[in-house]
Design a protein around this ligand. Structure first.
Ligand SMILES: [Zn+2]
Length: 348
């Protein structure tokens, strides 16, 4: 093939234009990579005054920040719930019984019943993650009977003078109120060795009508009654139970009815439990099942000297408690733990 001189000039022009474009792109890429390297170099230097990055999913265990994969608001964050606070969360000028100087704490300043050598070391040096691992083997799940984490913290902290490490709101937000190292007051005899999680929910009741007190029908779909959560942290949360059924079951011999928790709550709970089991490996990633496979509906069996640890409900450690109630989806939690490679329990 032969080209006329006009065609050759045109081809040269096209080539030189392409070359110029290519060179420009190379220059831009070089400049960008240089800028990126500069940003990385500055970022790695931890300059005084520079904000330390947080991604918003970190929980605190013995002073260590650990990713959980769930949305987390810490007690030190704006909008968080501070379990260390020595006065009420709302109306701080009001003095409650726990505000007396000798009863100011809402949590135990020390986990008890630990070996003497460990106790001495912790008193001297504070908790390390390794030392805490030796002590914690249980997670206790509650429902808060308040329907929102804001109301739960008010009742726990301001009114009752109690505490719980984690509050799990209707929208799946995890509020951590205390470092896991603290002895939160949430489950009586289990406080020394456990971590507590209060899941926002109005609770289980002895009749179907009462169980539906805080729910309404929206079309053909059941949802939380907006009036029941107005003005609380759950006001704008997706209001639908994860499963449509009204659940029923017997706990400590009591017949109870309950609507389900929300999808967002289950997702965050799965992530939080996986995180806690991985961080504190003496927490067995198992739930309390009887030999026939059903979930234990009374106190967990605990032979003397052979504590049965793991992930339990409040009813498994207290005869007068029924939370988290018959709607709680233990199978789902067990499957999530297994998917995370944490349990060898076989489920269909
Ligand atoms: Zn409880």
């Amino acid at each position: 093939m032969t080209y006329t001189s006009t065609q050759l000039v045109t081809i040269q022009a096209i080539f030189s234009k392409k070359t110029r474009l290519l060179m420009s792109a190379l220059h831009i890429l070089t400049a960008l990579s240089g800028a990126l390297l500069l940003i990385l170099a500055i970022g790695c230097q931890s300059m005084p005054g520079q904000l330390a990055p947080r991604t918003g999913d970190e929980i605190v265990v013995a002073g260590q920040m650990i990713h959980s994969g769930a949305p987390v608001t810490l007690w030190i964050d704006t909008g968080g719930y501070d379990g260390y606070r020595g006065h009420r969360h709302d109306e701080p000028e009001f003095e409650g019984p726990r505000d007396q100087p000798d009863r100011i704490l809402r949590y135990g300043s020390f986990r008890r019943d630990i070996p003497v050598s460990l106790r001495r070391r912790v008193i001297r040096d504070g908790w390390s993650l390794e030392d805490l691992t030796e002590v914690i083997d249980t997670v206790v799940l509650h429902y808060d009977a308040c329907g929102s984490s804001s109301r739960c913290f008010h009742i726990l902290h301001d009114i009752r003078g109690l505490s719980c490490h984690f509050l799990l709101d209707v929208d799946g937000t995890v509020y951590q109120t205390l470092d896991v190292k603290e002895r939160a007051w949430h489950a009586g005899p289990a406080n020394d060795r456990s971590i507590g999680i209060e899941i926002a929910h109005f609770g289980a009741f002895p009749t179907m009508e009462k169980a539906d007190t805080h729910y309404i029908l929206e079309g053909d779909r059941i949802r939380l009654n907006p009036d029941s959560v107005a003005g609380t942290s759950a006001a704008d949360a997706p209001p639908y139970p994860a499963r449509e059924l009204l659940f029923e079951g017997k706990i400590h011999g009591q017949q109870l009815y309950q609507r389900d928790f929300t999808e967002a709550q289950y997702r965050s709970l799965e992530s939080l439990l996986i995180t806690l089991c991985r961080t504190l490996p003496r927490i067995e990633p198992v739930i309390p099942r009887l030999e026939d496979g059903s979930v234990h509906d009374r106190l967990r069996p605990e032979p003397p000297g052979q504590p049965v640890a793991g992930i339990v409900g409040h009813w498994h450690v207290g005869t007068h408690k029924v939370d988290p109630g018959p709607a709680f989806d233990w199978d789902r939690i067990e499957k999530a733990l297994r998917r995370a490679g944490l349990t060898a329990v076989e489920i269909d």
